[in-house]
Design a protein around this ligand. Structure first.
Ligand code: CUA
Length: 157
C-alpha cells in the first residue's frame, strides 16, 4: 500500500461521513424520532390566552370515563394552576402553553418533561396508575425567578 492508496481511503471515508451526517439530519427533521416539542397541540396567540377556549379557564377537566384534560399556562415564574389533582387509574392529557418566554413543564420522577414555548401548545398524554405526589419544575432557564418556578401534581386514590 502506498501513500496514494491511503489518501483514497481517507477521501472515501470522509465522503461516507458527510453523506452519513446529511442522512442523520434529514432523518432527524422528517423521521419518527422523539420530538422535544409535541406540536400536535397546535398554535395559540400568546397575547390572547385569556380568550382561548382551553386556556381561558385552566385546570382539570373530566372528559369522560377515566380520561382527564389539564390546561396549564406557564409564565414567569409560576404555573396556572400551580396545583393539579387527578385520580389514580386515569389517563391524563396535558396541554401546556406559555404566556411570555420559553419554560418547561417537567414532572419530577416521571417522563413528563416538555418545553413550553409561547405561541405553541405542548400536548402529552400520561397514564397514572398509582396515587402519588409529584413536584412540577421548570427546566428551561427563564430569568431571575426560574429556580422558584414550581407546581405540584397530586394523584389521589
Ligand atoms: Cu420557567 Cu425556568
Amino acid at each position: 500500500m502506498n501513500i496514494h492508496t491511503y489518501e483514497k481511503i481517507w477521501l472515501v471515508a470522509a465522503m461516507v461521513l458527510i453523506v452519513g451526517f446529511i442522512a442523520t439530519i434529514t432523518y432527524g427533521a422528517v423521521g419518527p424520532g422523539i420530538a422535544m416539542v409535541d406540536d400536535d397541540g397546535g398554535s395559540i396567540d400568546p397575547d390572547a390566552i385569556g380568550d382561548h377556549e382551553r386556556f381561558g379557564d385552566t385546570g382539570v377537566e373530566h372528559v369522560g370515563g377515566n380520561e382527564y384534560e389539564v390546561a396549564v399556562v406557564a409564565q414567569a415564574w409560576s404555573y396556572f394552576p400551580d396545583e393539579i389533582t387527578v385520580p389514580a387509574n386515569s389517563e391524563v392529557t396535558f396541554y401546556v402553553t406559555s404566556r411570555d418566554v420559553t419554560h418547561s413543564f417537567s414532572v419530577v420522577g416521571t417522563n413528563i418533561n416538555t418545553m413550553v414555548i409561547p405561541g405553541e401548545v405542548s400536548q402529552m398524554t400520561v397514564e397514572f396508575d398509582e396515587p402519588g405526589e409529584y413536584g412540577i419544575l421548570c427546566n428551561e432557564y427563564c430569568g431571575a425567578g426560574h429556580h422558584d418556578m414550581e407546581g405540584k401534581l397530586n394523584v389521589v386514590p
